[in-house]
Write a protein that binds this ligand. Sequence first.
Ligand SMILES: Nc1nc2c(ncn2[C@@H]2O[C@H](COP(=O)(O)OP(=O)(O)OP(=O)(O)O)[C@@H](O)[C@H]2O)c(=O)[nH]1
Ligand SMILES: [Mg+2]
Length: 669
Amino acid sequence: MTDTNAFYALRDELRALRDVIPALRSEVAGGPNGESPGEPAGGGRLPWRDRLVRSVLPAIDLPLPVLLVAISGGGSTGKSTLFNVLAGKELSRVGFRAGLTSRVLLAGHPDVLSGPDVAASLLHRLAQAPEPWSQAGDAVTPGPPLYAASSSVPPNLLLIDTPDFDTGVEGRMVNRERAEPVLRTAEVIVYVFTNTVYNNLSNTRFMADIVGAIGGRPMVLVYRVSRAADDAEVLEHCRVVARHLYRTPQGRELPRRELPSEILGIYRMHESDAVALGQAEPSIIPVGDVTGGRAIRELLSGLDVARIKRSVFAADLEQIRREAAADLEALRGAAHRASLYRRGLEQVTAQEALGALRTFPMNEAVALTTRLFLESSPAHIKVLRATGRVVAAPLRGVQALGRALERLVGEAPDEPAPPDPTVELERDLLNAANALRNRLLDDHLIVRVTADDPLLREARAEAAEEGGAAQVEPLGGGVFNVHLTAPAAVRAREADLLARDWTAVTRDLRAVAHDLVGLPADIEEDLAAIVTRFRAGMGWRERVREGLFASLSALPSLLGVTYMLLTANPVAGAGIWIELQGLFGLNDLWALVSIPASAGLSEQERKQLQQMVAPAFRLWFERRLTSVVSVLQDAVCRPALEALDGVPAPDDARFARVERALASLEVPT
Ligand SMILES: Nc1nc2c(ncn2[C@@H]2O[C@H](COP(=O)(O)OP(=O)(O)OP(=O)(O)O)[C@@H](O)[C@H]2O)c(=O)[nH]1
Ligand SMILES: [Mg+2]
């Protein structure tokens, strides 16, 4: 990755942290209005984000990679002179009077310093907003920071001329007070010092405090010294300065001959009358291996912006990373809990819906299956049927038989007063809606599951977590109650759940019952396909016997239930098994198996019968369950489901996005 790309990458990762986590948090809490005192990932403030937005991003959220380079040093050391050389023009007044520069002056390439925003952003920690520069004399009077564009400044730098930090006015170091905030903001410091003060303790202590210990801010040393001093001596003096500036984090001095890696380059600048008279520019001469013969402009324009910013903000970034990672974990947990709750709610809804599905329209199912079967008959059977020998007579007989059998297993009253199926369904739907509402408004949503239900496994894992939002209650016989705490987003909508207009709900359910009674109109096509498949698989004996189907019109509704119990349940998970047991009772199920035998049907006929009616039951069951579930969701659960829709899914891509951002901030060890 090029240096520029590394900068943009860092910027984008930090922007992602800034924007994505708060968005996720607000969604988990149920939107901007969802206050959630108990939820760790809910509202409230994010200290790491304040730090990111206030301290780090102003230096990084820039259109171009730019380093803040401050020229610093004692009075009259030549800071402004150096600044003007690098800026390519006299922006800052120079002179013999120490303490001349009284303001911060910023110079940048016009591409970078296009307007006051960049200057303001980079200097955001200063008390006053920067103002445009107009002439070299501006900087000698105190006032807000100034900024000026010059195309001589390398585009990766914002150069800052600063007031000195050692001259005094009436016992106060006024210029130090002016310089210090900007020095603390700068990312690289060019330290200008003279032979008279290189060993001055007061000055180096101040600078040491600014740059920090080893691992602190990088620095370029510019030593104004006589031409007579040789390079070895210059280097030796600079090592002394460096040892004073960068101690170990434990406060110990570095070994004598070592130059800390924070020193990026060393230059010497000679005394010259021509320079002092303003007739010549000073030559800034590279010294030592660390500088590698690079001119100061070359060295500064080659600085790795991303690397230096990362190192300057290392402590901030590490704290941000740690705290944001903890936040991300909490958010993931909340998203996971919400998805667990949603599945629990779906299961509970399906279980309640099942209660509204007690009246399988058996007669209709048999009639439809029979008709479809006959319609697909080979011609000779059709002829048979046309003679009426097969169909007509036994139909009523079998109907009577069916009713007799229903009485036998207690399904039909002795006095056949057939209940109105629409009224029954209405009543069942209302009961289901009411029960569902009560379960939803409980502190915990209680879902009954069997041992092999995946929900149980996840609820157990959640219950094992500290502060987990699930509890598991064994009921014996491989049955469990899972208690799920409502997520913050759902709790935030409790008032809406309570405020459902039940008169309207009742009216809607009535209308729905009217549409849902009987067989779904659209199952005919599916059933016809099943009949065709069935016919293709029939042996010749069965084909001969197929006349049987013409004679059927009634069967105990429980026949279909056997099918459900013998095959995997397609809709609501294992929980449905319990519900079926509860609805029909085990004894009835056994009675059911014996019915066809006592009805005088052969084993073969019984099987055929079952094979044919079972698909009708299955289709009815699937479609009706789906319809009733969606009716109940609409009538009862809507606010809760809307709230859950707003919560990010556990596999929401933004979690991975934040994770990537956090990983990129990790310091390689
Ligand atoms: N001989 C010589 N004189 C220099 C050099 N650099 C600066 N000067 C002179 O030293 C005097 C002070 O220079 P400035 O650049 O104003 O110094 P400064 O550090 O900005 O001073 P303050 O703003 O007062 O803190 C001026 O008269 C400069 O001409 C140099 O390299 N050689
Ligand atoms: Mg100056």
